[in-house]
Design a protein around this ligand. Sequence first.
Ligand code: GDP
Ligand code: IMO
Ligand code: MG
Length: 477
Amino acid sequence: MGLDDLLNGVQTLAILCNQWGDTGKGKFSDYFASYWADVTARGTGGNNAGHTVVVNGIEKIFHLIPAGILNDYRGQITILGNGMVIDLSVLAHELDELELDKITYNNLMISKDASVIMPYQVNRDKAKDQSQKGGGIGSTGRGIGPCYTDKIARRGIFIEDLFNKERLSKKIDKIREIYPEQKINTSDIIDSLTPFAERIKPFVRDTVSEMHRFLRERKKILLEGAQGLLLSIEHGTYPYVTSSDCSINGTASGVGISARMIDLPLGVVKFPFMTRVGAGPFPTELGGAKSELYCAEDNHAKINELINFKIPHEVIDDIARYDRKCEKIKEMINSSDELVQGIGIRLAAGEYGATTGRPRRIGWTDAAAARYAVGINGSLMILTKPDSLSIADEFKISYGYKNNFSFSKDEDLLRNTKPNYKSYEGYGDISGIRSYFELPGSLKNAIKDFEKFTGGRVASISVGPDREETIVRYHPK
Ligand code: GDP
Ligand code: IMO
Ligand code: MG
């Protein structure tokens, strides 16, 4: 079974995340953009996202612009959709980086209806009482929540407002009373936004009607999801969520189409371990509440963990390099202390935030959460990162909880429940494998059990960060 079988008859494909984000959407958005799509569009979130793409060993992290931009040179269209929230200075920085890397962006389109993240929204999001240690949910501090709040409260600032200074000025004047803790000077804000607005002007479009045109013209359309289903404002573990609906539905409406138009939704799942950044319940977390607290404290970034756990490393150009399969990390992964085991997996898999550098909390993959996600995002899944556990002697998957088999967004239930684990033997190095049938038996057994429990089907298995490190398995028809 190959890529052609999977894509047979597909016009619209979506890469979604079925967990708490950071599952490898960037890798698969790049994969389908480079092998298939004519248009890549993103519909939710802003620079809270960090999407990593690795091509021929070179890594690039995108925060706003979909990974499809790497194909701009051959006329592929890249869209920042109406559901996004855009920090103009971050967008400008991302465009500068593209120029430095000699990547063109001639076919970029920015929705006139996307929201603009304003400086006062960033300030509020960063305020101390919003931080995780201060009892907050541990947002990325990028102004995402306040920006969506203002949109829903019908006082949002949109990209098209940037080109009507009178309207913009009136809107900001009205907003001042909502942010009494800040001194908002309307004309200073407008002056600071103007150069960015001028820069993006040539790319601003009515992207909703452009999307409809592309659908009529039978263009192949890829939607790049952001965040993850369990972070969705609608379906996630509220209030520990982001402020957009990052399910299949929000991803579709965020680019101006119906979820019914998506022929091939693919929900990405980290397997056999999963991660979460920021606060909130996580039933399978290794080290439980201790780990949640530990990850919220300062000084547990990658470099601190390398030093504290005496992992041999060197720092070159501010980047800490180490052997992810070294003896010390292997010992940690196979430790009977779950907190240490979680830290070992974090080091082996390099699980540090692509946006904030925070340590990602680690736990075994939760099949009940995946079953919940399949119910919303559809049955086809992609599994990522199993290669990073090659040095584990055994691994576990959780199939429901004691006395309860369903996932629910109820915090008390998730915090007080105990997962039902099944253990499997470790499977060694799989990074060179390109065919499903050649995967080791214990991993295939776990995948079979996982499919049975979730009711989903695994269409592809990723065995490394690079575009080429991918197994395509399943023909959905
Ligand atoms: P996203 O937010 O869903 O795009 O995911 P991130 O980019 O935040 O985090 C995923 C990380 O895992 C990135 O560093 C990717 O390069 C990496 N990655 C993706 N798939 C795989 C895989 O199958 N194996 C390994 N080892 N790394 C992967
Ligand atoms: P990608 O697209 C992982 C989390 C934050 C926090 C919560 C709310 O890279 O998968 P926000 O700043 O959105 O108000 O934060 O959501 N969060 C993410 N976690 N990956 C992401 O994006 C995330 N975007 C937001 O850590 O817990
Ligand atoms: Mg990410």
